[in-house]
Design a protein around this ligand. Structure first.
Ligand SMILES: [Cu+2]
Length: 147
């Protein structure tokens, strides 16, 4: 996948702006391609999110990202990371399943996973690697899912 960082930055900006259409309906990250035409009103979107240290994306932290019910987000990463759903917009003291925490994707060196948001609410995800060290270094992202 060439130019991944640039693509990721563009995708993240698209998420922030909420204006650019998702990169097609694929559930997998693709090499950069021209943006498709906007989806018809009411269509759900699949957004791409580069999952890594925000500093590598030129950010201090992931912004809270607003979605609509039916949208999905594909997390894609290089390096050793995982994806946990966590109960709050904060790094948990421990990553244990239950009590609002759930492992979405196990640790892997490079990977991708797609999360579908079919219920309104606030959702938070973090990386557990390094006993939470990745989370405390910014691998924590929140989504506000609107009806
Ligand atoms: Cu990580």
């Amino acid at each position: 996948m060439p130019n991944k960082a640039l693509f990721a930055a563009a995708a993240l900006l698209a998420l922030v702006a909420g204006a650019m259409p998702a990169c097609g309906r694929s559930l997998h990250a693709e090499a950069p391609t021209p943006a498709p035409a906007p989806a018809p009103d009411g269509g759900s979107e699949v957004y791409e999110l580069e999952w890594g240290f925000p500093s590598a994306l030129g950010l201090t932290a992931y912004p809270t990202i607003t979605l609509k019910v039916g949208d999905a987000v594909t997390f894609t990463w290089n390096g050793m990371h995982d994806v946990w759903r966590v109960p709050e917009a904060a790094c948990p003291s421990a990553f244990d399943a239950g009590a609002g925490s759930e492992e979405i994707a196990p640790p892997s060196s490079g990977g991708t996973t797609t999360v579908l948001f079919d219920t309104p609410g606030a959702y938070h995800f973090a990386c557990s690697i390094g006993n939470g060290g990745h989370c405390s270094n910014g691998m924590l992202v929140s989504f506000e899912v609107e009806a």
